[in-house]
Design a protein around this ligand. Structure first.
Ligand code: SF4
Length: 949
């Protein structure tokens, strides 16, 4: 069969990298970066480079929703139904709710991963046909503060900069973002720009010493949530030093005097006190920002996911206006979108407070324009419920029907107790989704199978306003339908029921897009000069691109004219407010959430690949080593983390990146991977058990980045560790089946496990659990059965009286015998070396029965690999450390030596920041010390910076 190639776009982050998908028949067989796509020029990160692996037949069989399913009653297993039956049922149940309780008793919760065409019809369905503005999206959790910040200051929701600005910037100010993990290909472009311009200054403002800091000249490790004070302090310094641009401010802005009066009190001393930033570091940051020929700021969830998210965005944009760092190549505020099409969702007005083409729901003229455009009598005036409000209203019984598409609120929303109460209380819950595996699926009455990446056709818009085509490489699997098609099919039924026909005449995504295009005519995002045909011919294009324009605008506001009534940008006099929850003696730690390098959101897709767990193999809470020592914790100890909303149990690990008094946990760990229950026996809902739904008053974005927590040792003496290789066709099904027993104990985690990249890569499952008392034998037998440890030829030892159990499965491989799987319960001190023994596939024929002793010391020499730093070539930290211990030289020479010898950092480049950090941290042990890099700038009032630039 001849392989086909299809150009499309990566479905993960907002960088929006172009991909070339290889397929044979109905199967996607490969993916590589599109060298012609302007966002990535051929590069991909670990996530993008493994897209084809997560879209393969094995994953599809085990994880996809392949037919409509209906649950006759809550808790019962769902049964397949026909599409007609499913859609008739959906229209009937929605119609009944609307008739009995009004249209606002229905709520839609959609996703920044939908395509623009999907988004458009969802928005029209809710606001145009049903007559409710209760449609919000997971983009509310991601960028609504950026939207509000842009509109308040610049007058329109339009990021004014573009990726090429990295090549023109002389100072890059990264605030509340970790692009090394969250936007890796953009970070590669920043590394390139820095190489081309070594005098470029890079500043990173982040409470954690993330991998992005590895590239920084200056790290500002501010206390969580104090960004507004930091930015006001920088403005104070700029004013004091005469670094603002009064003539530009006078000509192009309003509101500076009020802001000046406010920042007068934000002295370096006050900033040091509030933010924990040394005054000289503040001075340096302000100088570089204001006096550089061109300053570009990159920002993301650290500013957005905050109870003062809009104020943080506005305070940063204030700096750009005060220093006239906007509208020129290399200068401007540049929000990075988390999701692949958060921008497209904004464009079609797919949020509870927006309307098509950046119109405002609160504006009667805008409502009238959209109603006329759609041919409906009106668009309801009552503001819709935003994400947190929507689930709160469902939990309170006001919203009766929830339609959820392409997102997993039972994992990603804050305050999971309320969200799960909402999902249980709603009369009718529909999940329109490609995968059957998200936690939300177990709450749905109706599951509608949707197509996903590799199967869909339409457009997305990335962070730099660039519209790219998404193309189908293979047909839809099973009975899955495109999201836009599902909406149109439902709408046709509702049109009949509600007596409003003719609103959804679309037969193709292009027909939808053409209507969306027309809605933008004369608006700030005008794309009337663009068409599917032009995107085919000339590739991705930026907006605005009005009719007659030769190309889209690379950057905005070069003429100093802003889309406000008077054409002037507005300074926002934002008051500094601390995070919603103050730390206290009762909850003394600030919990910060963030991303892992190789995972995406709730891991519905990336979590299907054991290899992507190589860098971080299981849930963990990171604490500063000093906090660990003070509390007498050791790496791997279990702790109970409690917030005002709930608690969970998780292992703790020391991490220099985390400051004292703070704790970090990745946002990805939902109940699909992290089990256990709280002190009352309520099953864990993952990390968002702890987070707060306190939100920004302007953007309504919740403060997912900060919660006050208590961390206590959790004495759970009975431990279980099971690891086993499994047939590739079974791994994901087994991991999913193991979720049920995870809820029976105080702590449990279960993830796919892999031997790492390579031709003989093997896959399996890793399971951990802990409880105060041993579980009954039947519970362990259930785990063993799932891990294929129930065969007659398994070696066994059991002492039920003491809760001890050891089971080992061996495999004959020619003359050798190798470990295939094991489960140890009770005393699990052997788990580390047994896991490494299994992973390394070392021969054990001389040691079979000794494995059952499960002593702390292995019976054979087992090299400890540690985590994989380079996922592409499966190079472990231990190998890197061993190499660095023997090689001196400059940092650049030692990095080059690692790349040449081990190959790490030569493929996608996602591991480069960590490699640089390791080069800095690990000194040659048996040669002369390598020359040290220039002393970094001390930045913190409490701790020196430890980075290498
Ligand atoms: Fe996809 Fe990675 Fe590019 Fe983001 S940076 S779009 S995740 S390949």
């Amino acid at each position: 069969m001849t392989p086909r190639e299809t150009r499309s776009t990566c479905c993960y982050c907002g960088v929006g990298c172009g991909v070339i998908v290889t397929s044979e028949g109905d199967a996607i067989t490969g993916v590589r970066g599109d060298p012609d796509h302007p966002a990535n020029r051929g590069r991909l990160c670990t996530k993008g480079a493994t897209l084809h692996r997560t879209a393969g037949a094995q994953v599809t069989r085990q994880t996809r929703l392949l037919a409509p399913m209906h649950r006759a009653e809550r808790g019962a297993p769902p049964q397949p139904v026909t599409w007609d039956r499913a859609l008739d049922l959906a229209a009937m149940r929605l119609g009944e709710v609307i008739e009995r309780h009004g249209p606002d008793a229905v709520g839609f919760y959609v996703s920044g991963q939908l395509l623009t065409e999907d988004y458009y019809v969802f928005n029209k369905l809710a606001k145009g046909l049903i007559g409710t503005n209760n449609i919000d999206t997971n983009s509310r959790l991601c960028m609504s503060s950026a939207v509000a910040g842009y509109k308040k200051t610049l007058g329109a929701d339009a990021p004014p900069a573009c990726y090429d600005d990295l090549d023109h910037a002389h100072c890059v100010f990264i605030a509340g973002a970790n692009p090394a993990y969250a936007h890796p290909v953009l970070f590669r472009r920043l590394e390139d720009a820095r190489r081309a311009n070594p005098s470029m200054k890079i500043v990173v403002a982040d409470p954690r010493r993330t991998d992005s800091v590895a590239l920084a000249d200056l790290h500002l490790p501010l206390l969580p949530g104090t960004d507004v004070m930091l930015f006001h302090g920088m403005l104070h310094v700029m004013l004091w030093e005469g670094w603002t641009r009064p003539e530009w401010i006078a000509a192009h802005t309003t509101g500076f005097d009020a802001l000046k009066a406010r920042v007068r009190a934000c002295t370096p001393e006050r900033v040091a006190q509030v933010c924990g930033i040394a005054p000289d570091a503040l001075l340096t940051a302000a100088r570089w920002f204001a006096t550089s020929p061109a300053t570009l700021s990159l920002y993301c969830q650290g500013l957005n996911q905050s109870s003062s998210g809009t104020a943080k965005n506005a305070a940063l944009i204030n700096l750009h206006l005060a220093a006239a760092q906007i509208g020129r190549p290399g200068a401007g505020p540049f929000s990075l979108t988390g999701q692949p099409n958060a921008m497209g969702g904004r464009e079609v007005g797919g949020l509870a407070n927006l309307l098509s083409a950046h119109r405002d729901l609160a504006d009667p003229a805008h409502r009238a324009e959209v109603a006329a455009f759609w041919g409906v009598s009106d668009v309801p005036a009552a503001p819709g419920l935003t994400a947190v409000e929507l689930f709160q209203a469902a939990a309170d019984g006001q919203v009766r029907a929830l339609w959820i598409a392409c997102t997993n609120p039972a994992q990603s929303m804050p305050d999971q107790a309320t969200v799960r109460r909402a999902l249980q209380r709603a009369e009718f819950v529909v999940l329109q989704e490609a995968f059957a595996t998200p936690a939300t699926a177990s709450f749905a009455d109706l599951l509608l199978p949707a197509t996903t990446w590799g199967e869909k056709d339409g457009t997305v818009t990335n962070s730099e306003r660039r519209i790219s085509r998404v193309r189908a490489a293979v047909p839809a699997p099973g009975e899955a339908r495109h999201d836009w098609r599902i909406v149109v099919d439902l709408a046709h039924r509702l049109e009949v029921r509600l007596g409003r026909p003719g609103l959804f005449p679309y037969a193709t995504p292009e027909a939808i897009w053409n209507e969306h295009r027309e809605s933008t005519r004369g608006r700030d995002l005008d794309i009337t000069g663009l068409s599917y045909a032009l995107l085919e011919q000339r590739g991705p294009q930026q907006w605005p691109m009005p009719e007659g324009a030769a190309q889209g605008a690379a950057r905005l506001y070069g003429d100093g004219v802003f889309p406000t009534p008077d054409g002037r940008a507005r300074f926002v006099d934002a008051e500094y407010r601390p995070p919603h929850e103050a730390r206290s003696a009762h909850r003394p730690f600030a919990l910060i959430t963030g991303r892992l390098r190789d995972q995406w959101h709730g891991m519905t897709r990336t979590g299907t690949l054991g290899r992507l767990f190589g860098h971080e193999s299981a849930p963990v809470l990171q604490l500063n080593p000093r906090d660990l020592a003070v509390r007498g914790f050791a790496d791997g100890d279990l702790v109970r983390v409690s917030s005002a909303r709930g608690s969970l149990v998780v292992p703790v690990r020391g991490a220099d990146e985390v400051a004292c008094g703070q704790a970090f946990m990745a946002m990805h760990w939902g109940s699909e991977y992290l089990g256990g229950c709280d002190a009352q026996g309520t099953p864990s809902a993952g990390v968002n058990t702890l987070t707060t739904s306190a939100r920004c008053p302007d953007s309504k974005q919740p403060e997912l980045k900060h919660a006050a927590v208590r961390i206590e040792r959790c004495a759970l003496p009975w431990r279980v560790c099971g690891v086993a290789w499994l047939p590739d066709d079974d791994v994901l099904a087994v991991q999913r089946a193991l979720r049920a027993p995870m809820a029976d104990v105080d702590y449990a985690a279960c993830v796919p496990f892999s031997s790492g990249a390579g031709g003989d890569e093997r896959s399996g499952v890793l399971f951990h659990a802990a409880a105060g008392l041993p579980q009954e034998a039947g519970w362990l037998e259930r785990i063993e059965r799932l891990l294929r440890l129930d065969a007659a030829d398994c070696l066994r030892y059991a002492d039920p009286r003491l809760g001890q159990r050891r089971t080992v499965r061996l495999r004959r491989d020619g003359a050798q015998v190798r470990l295939e799987g094991f489960l140890i319960a009770g005393d699990t001190r052997a788990q580390r070396w047994m896991t490494e023994l299994l992973r390394a596939s070392l021969p054990v024929q001389a040691d079979g029965r000794r494995l059952l002793q499960a002593t702390e010391t292995p019976p054979v020499a087992v090299p400890e690999r540690g985590r994989a730093v380079c996922t592409c070539l499966n190079v472990a930290r231990s190998e890197i450390a061993a190499h660095l211990g023997k090689h001196a030289g400059t940092p650049a020479e030692r990095l080059a030596s690692l790349q040449t010898t081990l190959g790490c950092g030569t493929q996608c480049g996602s591991c480069l920041p960590e490699l640089k950090r390791l080069v800095h941290d690990i000194a040659p042990a048996d040669v002369e010390p390598a020359p040290q890099p220039a002393a970094p700038v001390a930045t913190s009032a409490t701790a020196p910076m430890q980075t290498w630039s």
